[in-house]
Design a binder for this molecule. Structure first.
Ligand code: FUL
Length: 623
């Protein structure tokens, strides 16, 4: 008896200690992203600004022999316009080329005291200019992050300045780093200092033998001044800063193209055993987490020259955004100012349209609050890891399964049909990038059909396909390096300009007019032929539609009597009949056809559906 009582006591105690049954989170799968990489992933829309000596010499790569007098903007360089336009167009950061390969500095550098080659030696503001200072103020004013591009390759020092032996150059470059990183950036109130969020060290080295850059030293200086800055150096060089068994000091690497596109599959892991840049990153089992960054220019060339080739907003959305951010990595889009020091109105118009596309596409959450989620398996049957975690707005919650499960699916049931052409889902990568295969299905008229398949997910995957009208979406993980962690599954409908669809136009708020049939037959002796005009999904508003006959092989006056009408649909009326008189002629002419068409819906937000025309085939009784 005593034993039984003890047993009951123990069970009751366990019931009131639910935590005892809670499953623990999956173990991390190394390597893991750091805070700087996660910050970039959460704010992935970067703008590059290539501006400097080349803007005035119409070159992409200067030689260093250019006279400082060439840098002569006609008025104050409008960094406020840069920051304002880019902020308003949805960009998170601006990275300005303070020094490109030609070596001309947009800040008053003192690094080469005897032979300076900077904005101070130019006519701009009578030698009082400092564009990193101006940009720091503009970024602070408009609330946009700032980064710097400081080319290690310095053609001026190589050809004229004299600091191009390894020992001299490393000291010279460190002086420049100290100047820039210690002074500029957007003011961050929390940190109580100016902050730079990105430091970009380009990989180009020119044709001659470059000095041996001391990247370890450079990176230490960077971290000392700007511990929160994301450091980008091309992969091979970044290697030099990787310490076995530790993390690399560098955060980002090249996506292997300058088209603004991530590779697919896209693994943000680098394998330092590789012998060249292609071989050493984008590997599922790489030992260091390196975030790839997709760079591209809005026009041909990086500087504003006469190359033209401005990309369209559709191109930016479909070919750049969807293939970079849509494949889980940040996008850095270059927007070069012209010789007046401003963005042209043509460039601004493209950026504004692009922003409109992004807003109208991703601005509306389509999943209704009443939607439900389910999964093939839930880790330890613990609600903490339940399927509904893909629907909440909390980045740190996710659906997952038991250790060892590397395949499985999660479904969101909308409870009603929704029209969408974009599915977006995220892997919870703070615990490591894992997924190597996925498939998305949608439920159309009660049947599952494939929407898209792919390999990696990473931070975020966005896939666009032909528009569907579906009641549920299902993400199936078909392969993963360890148990997968999925923290969101959402659907969107792209801006009309970007959609591919075979579906009828979506109904307006006040309804959608359709004709009941696409094809009907009649005999010429029937006297009349009728077709129903229906108003679907209507509101209480009175609306109207224009209906008319249209000739085919049969014409009015011979086969039918021409007729037009404006049909009114007062509240409560959902259909009307349109009747056409047929002509019983004596000709032996064979079957003839004509059409009845609806158009011009009026009276509210009312549209014409897919079936807007009925073909009427009139059989001939003389035959
Ligand atoms: C390249 C450079 O050589 C280009 O001029 C440009 O700065 C681009 C972003 O990186 O490698």
């Amino acid at each position: 008896m005593k034993k039984i009582r003890l047993f009951i006591l123990a069970i009751t105690a366990l019931m009131f200690m639910p935590d005892l049954f809670a499953a623990s989170a999956p173990a991390p799968l190394y390597p893991l992203p750091n805070e700087r990489q996660m910050y970039y992933l959460h704010n992935p829309h970067a703008a590059f600004i290539h501006y400097g000596m080349n803007t005035y010499t119409n070159k992409e790569w200067g030689t260093g022999y250019e006279s400082c007098s060439y840098f002569n903007p006609p008025k104050e360089v409008n960094t406020d316009q840069w920051a304002q336009v880019l902020k308003e167009c949805g960009f998170d950061r601006i990275v300005l080329t303070g020094k490109h390969h030609d070596g001309f500095c947009l800040w008053p550098s003192q690094a080469n005291k005897s032979k300076p080659h900077t904005i101070t030696q130019s006519p701009y503001k009578n030698g009082q200019g400092d564009l990193y200072e101006q940009l720091s103020q503009s970024c602070t004013k408009y609330g946009i992050d700032m980064g710097v591009y400081l080319s290690p390759w310095d053609a001026y020092e190589e050809n004229v300045g004299g600091n191009y032996t390894s020992a001299k150059y490393n000291d010279f470059y460190v002086t420049q780093l100290n100047e820039v990183l210690g002074s500029y950036g957007r003011y961050n109130e929390k940190l109580g200092r100016r902050e730079l969020v990105e430091i970009w060290l380009d990989g180009a080295t020119g044709s001659n033998n470059p000095p041996t850059y001391d990247f370890n030293r450079f990176v230490n200086v960077m971290r000392q001044h700007q511990p929160t800055a994301y450091i980008w150096i091309d992969a091979l060089r970044a290697f030099q800063t990787c310490v076995a068994g530790d993390t690399c000091k560098v955060d980002g690497a090249w996506a292997m193209n300058e088209a603004g596109q991530a590779p697919d599959p896209c693994w943000n892991k680098m394998d330092t055993n590789g012998s060249n840049t292609d071989a050493c990153k984008n590997k599922p089992n790489g030992q260091y987490f390196f975030l790839l960054e997709a760079d591209v220019s809005i026009r041909n060339g990086w500087f504003y020259g006469d190359g033209g080739g401005l990309k369209s907003a559709v191109d930016l959305f479909k070919e750049r955004y969807m293939k970079s951010i849509g494949r889980g990595i940040p996008l850095i889009l270059n927007v070069p100012p012209d010789q007046s020091g401003e963005f042209t109105s043509e460039y601004i118009a493209v950026l504004q349209k692009y922003k409109e596309y992004l807003d109208t596409t991703f601005g509306t959450e389509l999943t209704p609050p009443s939607a439900t989620a389910s999964a093939t398996q839930v880790r330890g049957n613990d609600a903490t890891f339940g399927a509904d975690k893909v629907m909440d707005d909390d980045y740190d919650t996710y659906w997952t399964m038991n250790d060892g499960s590397t395949t499985g699916s999660v479904t969101v049931d909308f409870g009603a049909d929704i029209r969408f052409d974009i599915v977006q889902f995220q892997e919870y990568i703070p615990l490591g990038q894992r997924v190597s295969g996925w498939k998305v299905d949608v439920k159309v008229n009660g049947n599952w059909q494939e929407f898209a398949t792919g390999s990696t997910i990473g931070y975020k995957r966005i896939v666009q396909a032909k528009e569907v009208q579906a009641s549920a979406v299902r993400l199936t993980i078909t392969g993963s390096l360890a148990v997968p962690l999925i923290n969101s599954l959402e659907v969107f409908r792209a801006h009309e300009d970007l959609i591919e669809s075979d579906l009828p136009p979506a109904a307006g708020v006040d309804g959608q007019f359709v004709l009941e049939k696409e094809f009907i037959t009649a005999k010429e002796t029937d006297g009349t032929v009728s077709v129903k005009v229906k108003l679907e999904d209507r509101s209480n508003k009175e609306v109207q539609v224009y209906v008319a006959t249209v000739p085919g092989t049969g014409v009015q006056g011979k086969v039918y009597q021409d007729k037009t009408a404006t049909l009114k649909f007062p509240a409560g009326v959902n259909e009307q009949v349109f009747t056409v008189d047929l002509i019983n002629n004596q000709n032996n002419e064979g079957a003839k056809d004509f059409y009845i068409q609806i158009s011009n819906p009026l009276g509210g937000d009312v549209t014409i559906g897919k079936n807007s025309i009925t073909r009427v085939l009139v059989e001939d009784d003389e035959k």
